[in-house]
Design a protein around this ligand. Structure first.
Ligand SMILES: [Zn+2]
Length: 94
């Protein structure tokens, strides 16, 4: 299978975010790849369509809004290029 797995994603040190696509919300959560592997197994796909159905936005659900999760992948190279706000966001989560 040419498909990328969670183990591949961890090895490549990529970061995956799930963003709420609702304009009233725009909540963003950084996924813990190791925790996903513990839950789904290392062979679970890590592409957009493998993950997008697994998540919903609790804020939008509580507010009765449409669920519009979107999966965003940050490559290590891309993270370095946007080091400013990106590192601040990570510091907030940790
Ligand atoms: Zn939301």
């Amino acid at each position: 299978m040419p498909q990328k797995t969670l183990a591949d994603t961890l090895a490549a040190r990529e970061t995956i975010y799930v963003n709420c696509g609702h304009p009233m919300c725009c909540k963003s959560i950084k996924l813990d790849i190791q925790a996903l592997i513990d839950r789904l197994g290392p062979d679970h796909g890590s592409m957009h369509w493998d993950l997008v159905g697994l998540f919903g936005c609790s804020d939008c659900k509580a507010a009765g809004r449409d669920q519009r999760p979107d999966v965003l992948r940050m490559h290590p190279r891309l993270r370095r290029a946007t080091a400013g706000p990106e590192s601040r966001l990570e510091a907030d989560i940790r």
